[in-house]
Design a protein around this ligand. Structure first.
Ligand code: NAD
Length: 496
């Protein structure tokens, strides 16, 4: 059986007596490989490589750095199908969706090709007489990226592209559930000409993460995952003096106002609710039907939901399996709980006929109506193909529901009323808002991040904020001395 190894200093390393964990193809239920789990010694080795590579990489010219990034972009674009196939085989999402993931990650690599522009400082001539000030942004050093299972390529690319472009060196700790994409991306860096040690991958779990969080040579951590772990990573990482951005979970609401086109809203709800089997942090998991739209909307969503084909993502299906058997059982348990709590099961995904060989972790799309805020299907992030419809009498009631939620990642409003949409944009307490757009993931030149329990820290991912996170500012005050600058004066420097 193949073992997924760590990638340190430009080569795979296979420490003896490594702890190994199975990696499963969720569409067949069969173990496809094993992944080596890093202990502290492995993480220390990766950090040492990243530390050694840093001085040269930070001083590598912007021209040379962007040449490497352009080469990476070209290779990735030419071979993205290989990466998508790895994602489908380990994560389970359908191939077209895996291609979409790669495309959205590529966008950030393309943004990073423009790093020289984003790294430009400022200059003020004659700030004081014959005194000039300029500012520069400098890289931090070795930084770590800790990523979740649901975007094994895109989320690492959000961070490592910007970190490397800005002159840092990187240790990536991907999810142990689907580790293959990270190694593929690592080998491609070498092919693109990135010096050894600038990008490293360590596989593992809490043991590796804790070593990263406590390591004094790691200067910053970008984390994406569930809220409890995001909070933990933020607290432990900042306690050891690091800069941390930790993106957490979500419960994204889609509000449908009575004037909306209900056919388009139903299409959007199905796409955003069940795409990637609901395993997206920007998935819509709650639909708030305002006024008298509920019955018609639920009927339209149910009709569409019943047409979805579930099965192996390599067979042209609409929806693949859940990532693991345990996660499938957990999501099915939420459906049981929703039914027991009195919500109406409109479409039941528990008995599904999947187009696949073997015993994959399939669950059909499930639609609940008449969900109320105290039910666990409403309060918890389920992270599966379960869409809950909540009824609200008015816009104000819908808004209050969204704003009362502890998460604040994404939200959407469906309406043709510009005034209502504008009000929602202004009043909603959520980081990413869609107006008739159900999954408003910002383009690479904006930044991605939620509010409240969906993000710990204050800097969002990629875009200008990404460059801000991976650099620190320095202000330099310059005076070229001439005789007029002589004389003693012990007062605090003032402008003249
Ligand atoms: P997770 O929190 O279980 O794991 C994320 C990472 O943390 C993995 O690398 C994992 O190995 C590590 N980890 C897990 N348990 C740990 C522990 N006890 N101590 C230290 N490290 C630990 O998340 P997941 O199940 O891989 O991903 C799904 C979650 O990620 C969902 O909650 C989803 O909403 C969230 N997510 C958020 C965003 C966002 O942008 N806000 C994007 C994608 C996913």
């Amino acid at each position: 059986m193949q073992t997924t190894q760590h990638w340190i200093n430009g080569a795979f390393t296979a420490p003896a007596n490594s702890r190994l964990q199975d990696v499963t193809n969720p569409a067949t239920g069969k173990v496809s490989s094993q992944v080596a789990m890093a202990d502290a010694a492995v993480v220390n080795q990766a950090v040492a490589a990243a530390r050694a590579a840093f001085p040269e990489w930070r001083d590598t010219s912007l021209a040379r750095r962007t040449q490497v990034l352009f080469a990476y972009r070209e290779l990735l674009n030419a071979r993205k199908g290989e990466l998508a196939a790895i994602i489908t085989a380990e994560h389970g999402k359908v191939l077209a969706d895996a291609m979409g993931e790669v495309a959205r990650g590529l966008e950030v690599v393309e943004l990073a090709c423009g790093a020289p522009y984003l790294l430009k400082g400022g200059y003020s001539e004659n700030a004081s007489t014959k005194v000039d000030i300029h500012s520069v942004r400098q890289p931090l050093g070795p930084v770590a990226v800790i990523s979740p299972f649901n975007f094994p390529a895109m989320v690492p690319m959000w961070f490592f592209s910007v970190a490397i472009a800005a002159g840092n060196t990187v240790i990536l700790k991907p999810s142990e559930k689907d580790p293959g994409a990270a190694n593929w991306l690592a080998e491609l860096w070498k092919e693109a000409g990135l010096p050894d040690g600038v990008f490293n991958v360590v596989h593992g779990d809490k043991e590796a993460v804790d070593t990263i969080l406590d390591h004094r040579d790691i200067k910053a951590v970008s984390f994406v995952g569930s809220t409890p772990i995001a909070r933990y990573v933020y607290e432990r990482g900042t306690a050891s003096g690091k800069r941390v951005q930790a993106l957490g979970g979500a419960k994204n609401h889609m509000v449908v106002l009575p004037d909306a086109d209900l056919d388009l809203a139903a299409d959007a709800a199905v796409n955003a609710g069940y795409g990637s089997a609901g395993e997206r942090c920007m998935a819509i998991s709650v639909l708030v039907a305002v006024g008298d739209t509920g019955d018609e909307l639920v009927a339209k969503i149910a009709e569409r939901t019943r047409t979805l084909r579930v099965g192996d993502g390599l067979r042209g299906t609409d929806m693949g399996p859940l990532v693991t058997r345990a996660h499938r059982e957990k999501v099915a348990g939420y459906i049981d709980a929703g039914e027991a709590a009195g919500a109406t099961v409109v479409v039941d995904g528990r008995q599904v006929e999947a187009d696949a060989e073997g015993e994959g972790f399939f669950l059909g799309p499930t639609l609940f109506d008449h969900v109320t805020p105290e039910m666990s299907i409403y309060t918890d992030e389920i992270f599966g193909p379960v869409l809950s419809v909540v009824r609200a009498d008015s816009y104000d009631e819908a808004l209050a529901l969204v704003n009362a939620n502890p998460y604040g990642n994404g939200t959407a409003i469906f309406t043709n009323d510009g005034g209502a949409a504008r009000r929602f944009e202004n009043e909603v307490e959520v980081g990413m808002v869609g107006i008739n757009v159900p999954i408003p993931v910002p383009m690479a030149y904006y930044s991605f991040g939620g509010w409240k329990n969906s993000l710990f820290g204050d800097t969002h991912a990629y875009g200008a904020e990404g460059f801000q996170f991976f650099t620190r500012g320095k202000a330099v005050t310059t005076r070229w001395l001439d005789p007029s600058h002589g004389g003693l004066n012990l007062g605090f420097p003032q402008n003249a």
